[in-house]
Ligand binder design. Sequence first.
Ligand code: SAM
Length: 454
Amino acid sequence: MDTPQQTVSQLIGGYWAAQVACAAASLSLPDHLAKGPMTADDLAAASDAHAPSVKRLLRAMVSLGLCAQEADGRYALTPEGDCLRVDTPGSVRGRAIFIGEMLWHQFADLTNQVKTGENTKALLAGAEGFEAMKDNPAQLHTFQTAMAENSRTAARDAMGVYHFGRFERVLDLGGGFGGVLSELLKAHPNQTGAVMDLPFLKDGAEAYLKAAGVEGRGRFIGGSFFEAVPAGFDLILMKFIIHDWGDDQSRTILKHCRAVADDNTTLALIEQVVPDVIAVTPQHQAVIRGDLTMMGIGGKERTAEEYRSLFAECGWRLESITPSGSAFSVIEARPVSGPAPPSRVSCARPSATSPCRRPSRAATPASAWRGTCRDRPSAWVRPCSPEARRHSRPQNSSQDSDLPAEPPKLDATLRVRVRAGDPTRPPAGTLSALTSVGAVVRPVRRTPPPFTLK
Ligand SMILES: C[S@@+](CC[C@H](N)C(=O)[O-])C[C@H]1O[C@@H](n2cnc3c(N)ncnc32)[C@H](O)[C@@H]1O
């Protein structure tokens, strides 16, 4: 039995193991060792590194069980070290590099974050951080590879407890390279789906979907969920998205989801739910570690009650929280009937030659519909009907807590796909969602590719 001092020393001594795993993975030592036992010199040559230092790193790996030393002095891979290989099933190589190169700096800033309540100073946080990866392909690859690795495991855990097979069309919103979507499509041959993420992820995501063998049924849609969410899916799935953001931004995302939802739409989040009472267990540690990670970038892990009230403010009703075998849960929500609460539905500038007006639906063989601002280009639109206003306001509150004091700029266009078989109408719920925020909906004559967001 360890003394308290030994226990704490062990806890705080975890620092070096994280960096040994990161260095080994970055130098691809486990990948080289997969071909068979090798000497330190051969490994140094294969990884283009300093031989005496490689030998010392290998000794560290032996002491951590990541490889073993043979009688002749060569090094051999262990099952644990094999997990750091790039193409091993269940690989955690990307995660090791992500922790060693990115999270490491963020956590070194923890004291300052707690003292000031500010985001990390080590990395660009929030939207800025995600957007900045556009100019840093190596960081983008490290981050998205780590996410996709984690997603594969999370998706399998989630499929063990939640019936994803009943959905025909799945939108993996903020899906990165598509780790979750590809697992779902592989498990359900009749399912189709799309990953929506920032446009610069296109190449990486398409390559990933192709490598997973699902490119025929899974596609990539570039766009921002702060602008709009594509319509036409019966499951909107988000893994590790809402936890990235504070409540205001989360409401914007959830309201955009609600704007394209009809009675048959299900919203499912794969997230870690903060337990009401914390215990010393690996699962609880994973949730709380996640919360501190999110604290650095302006997001948070939430309790069941926090999810319930966040959903309620956005026109969703929390239906169930299904824990999986790991730290993740599947959080299911369904639309509350009635008009969707107001969201920042994107508005296009009405031009002089094409004034905003409601279309004659019966006469218009439209293939897409566009929400345009009624009379003020780039204006903040508030809900126009008393019912929609009620919907937007939390009970017991006298204010629209989610409406910013200053009008935001609205400068994009929302397009929604028309359901097959009824080309004259937008999907149920979409029209009322748009009109409830003061938008006028009119048909777009040109046929856009399905699911296109402009
Ligand atoms: C924590 S990662 C989760 C990725 C993926 N869901 C997973 O778990 O593997 C957050 C994702 O949100 C995406 N993202 C950030 N801002 C976005 C936006 N405005 N619109 C769409 N996706 C966005 C990021 O590019 C990133 O892929």
